[in-house]
Every structure is written in structure tokens, then in C-alpha cells.
Design a protein around this ligand. Structure first.
Ligand SMILES: [Fe+2]
Length: 434
């Protein structure tokens, strides 16, 4: 591959960039929203949330806090459960006409991702929605200026979007998701309050937990950042720069948290320690993958999201078809890491160890199998669907799934192992059930 995992202490020539917001983490910190928004210079605020959270104690806490700080706020809640271009268009109108100087988002990844993109399209309208997306999908047009100041408040423990410069959006007329990535999308601050996870249904904790697991695992096993050392314009070093010493640190801790707390956090809603740790792990994984990019786990999930049919998921009040994001990622994960391990066996072995896989008698040549087994173990302990069969797919769906996924060019290029269309078909075929 010509690409290795260097430690900057050993090797001074290669360069990487870290972008993360100011982060406040702790039970009850949502009540700081007003003071923090005021300190950020906000006076009139667009509060983004979704219809399920609109009447929640979390949104009420934020609105009370903003009011107590003497700030003017208006709520936008017309956001689909999977952030899409239609939600963004509505949010963009809200931004364009509201005379706001700040945004506070309160919700999961869909809410935060919609808020980010709504600022882009509300402040800088463009003819084609895909103009600001990277080629080959989009036109790669430059976002002309700054967005509004953004204070992001996550209410689930998975997406990590509060810590990333990315917005993952469903493009409805293409029936699939693509990633809008730009440094301007990074929130200035995040308020991460684990009380938001206290009452989440088990399947939501499982799905978001597997999202966090795959963020961390894909970061830790991504191609190394060293391939971007000769980038011509340093301000354009890609966000998807590959594994680097910073994301290694955050991903490693996130994997340890999943290994220790995933089972407990899903299966015991009263286990606050576990749920608090998963919330912290999700943010760490966001800080990691926002500076690394994901690879095949997320690339293959978008094929699943594109082609899912006639399926619902317990714990989610959504009509069919719906497979939660984290489930769409993890159903292929064991097959993916069996495939990628040979390109970076030591990394896969270390990751398996962080996840508390049984490594007795194993060497790095066994790392793909050990990692896959541990992921399957966690899937079984948390009761998520068993592979692609479990979310309604069969072998006949493989060519269409692979053709859809092949469009995720940047994520596929971030895989440690060269991956072509046939490889993707083989991975899907091996992911039917475990
Ligand atoms: Fe994700």
C-alpha cells in the first residue's frame, strides 16, 4: 500500500490536522445552554430538534436556559428521522428568513446534520443540492463563507456528529445517503449531557452503540494519514485523511468503552455508569472519525439503507421500511473486518483486544476472525438482527447492494485494503448471517 501507521514521536515528516469543538460533558450540562450561547455571542437563536423530541424535557431545559440568559429563540422541528434533503430545504428556509445569529441543535445525528446543512443552503442557496458535495457525486463547489455559530447538544450515544465537520444526508431522489463534509460544518461547541440517554429504548442504545463501535473500528483500521503528506494546499487537506495519532487515541478509548459497557448499557436501562460511558465513547469516536473518515462499514451501510424494503425495527416509531443507521452498519461488519484484516493485521488484533475479544492463543494472523467473533458476540448479546438476512436481504440482492455502495468512492478509498466491486459483492455475500 505504501502507507504505514507512523507515530509522530518516531517520525517528524508527516502532517495531520485535528479539528474538534469545545466540549462540555456531564450530567445536567444542558442547563448551561443559555450561558454558553450568550458567551458565544448569540442573541437570536434557531433551535433545531425533531417532532419526537419537541415536547421532551431536554428541549424544555434548553429553551428555559436560553430564556433565562435573555436570548431570543425560535424552534424548527420539521426533521425526518433520517436526515434528508427535504428536511434540509425546510430548515434552510427557516434559517434564510429568521434573522438568526446562532443555532442550537438538540437531538440525534439527524437533527445535528440537518442543522449543519440548513445553514449552508439557507445562507448560500445554490441551484443544485449536490453542488456542495464532493465529486464525483457533486460539483465540489466551495461554500462561500462562514456559517452561524453552532452549539450542538446530542441526545443519543452514537453519531458523534456534535464533534464532526460532516453531515450525512439522504438524497431522496437517489434513495441513498451521501456525506457532505466541510470544515465550516464543525460546531463551535458541544454540550454532551448523558441524562439524555437514561430513557432510551434498548434497541436505540444498541443501534447507536454499534454506530459508535464502527466509527471507532473503521478509524483505527483506516488507511494511514501519511498518504496526504504532499497535499498542495494545506488548508484543503481532506477531512477523510485516514488513521492518525489523534484519532488512534480517541478510537482506542472508544473501543475499550464498547468492550466494557455495551452489553450492560443496552440490557440494563438503570445502569447509568454504562450509559454515561457509552455517551462519552460516542463523542470520542466522533472526535476520531471526524478527523479520519470511516471506510467499508459505513460505505456498505448506505447500500442497505438504499435498498431496504418492508422492514421495521422495534423501539422506533417509524413506518416501514426502516433500518436504524447503526444496524445498517453492523450487519456487514464481521464480514468486512474478516476481509480487511490481512491489510493491517496488527491494527485489527489490537482493536480486538480493546473490545475484550478472546485472544488466548491467537496471533495477528487470526485478527480478522477474532474481531469478527467479538462483534458477533456483541450483536447476539444485544439482540440486533443477524446479518443481512436479519434486515430482509438475501443472496439475490447482492449485485444491487454492491452497485449502490460502489458510489461511496471516498469511504472505499479509506479502506486499508484495495476494494473493488467484486470484493464488495463477496463481502455482502459473506454477511448474510453469522
Ligand atoms: Fe455512523
Amino acid at each position: 500500500m505504501g502507507c504505514q501507521y507512523f507515530d509522530p514521536c518516531d517520525h517528524g515528516a508527516d502532517t495531520f490536522t485535528i479539528a474538534i469543538p469545545k466540549v462540555t460533558f456531564g450530567r445536567g450540562c444542558l442547563a448551561e445552554a443559555g450561558a454558553r450561547a450568550r458567551a458565544l455571542g448569540m442573541t437570536r437563536i434557531a433551535v433545531f430538534t425533531d417532532p419526537f423530541l419537541r415536547d421532551s424535557v431536554y428541549v424544555a431545559t434548553v429553551l428555559d436556559s436560553l430564556a433565562q440568559a435573555g436570548l431570543d429563540a425560535a424552534v424548527f422541528d420539521e426533521i425526518a428521522i433520517e436526515a434528508d434533503d427535504a428536511s434540509v430545504a425546510r430548515g434552510a428556509d427557516f434559517i434564510a428568513t429568521g434573522n438568526f445569529d446562532g443555532v442550537v441543535s438538540v437531538g440525534g445525528g439527524s437533527v445535528m446534520d440537518t442543522a449543519k446543512a440548513a445553514m449552508v443552503y439557507g445562507l448560500y442557496p445554490t441551484g443544485d443540492f449536490l453542488d456542495y458535495f464532493a465529486p464525483p457525486l457533486g460539483a465540489g463547489k466551495t461554500i462561500p463563507g462562514r456559517l452561524l455559530t453552532h452549539l450542538a447538544c446530542p441526545t443519543t450515544s452514537g453519531t458523534g456528529s456534535e464533534c464532526t465537520s460532516l453531515s450525512v444526508l439522504r438524497i431522496n431522489n437517489m434513495s441513498t445517503k451521501f456525506v457532505l463534509g466541510n470544515p465550516l460544518l464543525l460546531p463551535q461547541e458541544a454540550l454532551i449531557d448523558p441524562t439524555c440517554c437514561d430513557s432510551l429504548p434498548a434497541m436505540v442504545v444498541a443501534s447507536t452503540g454499534f454506530d459508535l463501535l464502527c466509527h471507532a473500528l473503521e478509524c483505527y483500521t483506516a488507511r494511514a494519514y501519511t498518504r496526504w503528506d504532499k497535499v498542495e494546499d494545506p488548508t484543503r487537506r481532506p477531512l477523510i485523511q485516514g488513521a492518525n495519532p489523534w484519532s488512534d487515541l480517541a478510537a482506542r478509548k472508544a473501543l475499550e468503552i464498547v468492550g466494557e459497557y455495551m452489553d450492560r448499557g443496552v440490557n440494563n436501562a438503570d445502569d447509568r455508569e454504562a450509559r454515561d460511558q457509552l455517551m462519552w465513547g460516542a463523542s470520542l469516536a466522533g472526535m476520531a472519525f471526524g478527523n479520519t473518515g470511516t471506510h467499508l462499514g459505513h460505505a456498505l451501510s448506505y447500500g442497505v439503507t438504499h435498498l431496504m424494503h418492508d422492514i421495521t425495527t422495534p423501539g422506533y416509531a417509524v413506518k416501514s421500511p426502516f433500518v436504524p443507521h447503526g444496524i445498517s452498519v453492523v450487519v456487514s461488519a464481521p464480514a468486512i473486518f474478516r476481509y480487511t484484516a490481512e491489510a493491517a493485521p496488527d491494527r485489527h488484533f489490537e482493536a480486538a483486544g480493546y473490545l475484550q475479544a478472546d485472544l488466548r492463543g491467537a496471533g495477528s494472523e487470526d485478527s480478522g476472525e477474532a474481531l469478527a467473533k467479538r462483534i458477533i458476540d456483541l450483536m447476539q448479546k444485544t439482540g440486533v438482527p443477524n446479518g443481512l438476512n436479519g434486515v430482509g436481504f438475501g443472496p439475490a440482492d447482492v449485485p444491487a447492494l454492491a452497485a449502490s455502495t460502489a458510489r461511496q468512492v471516498r469511504a472505499i478509498a479509506n479502506s486499508p485494503r484495495e476494494t473493488n466491486l467484486v470484493d464488495i459483492e463477496n463481502i455482502y455475500a459473506a454477511a448474510m448471517s453469522y
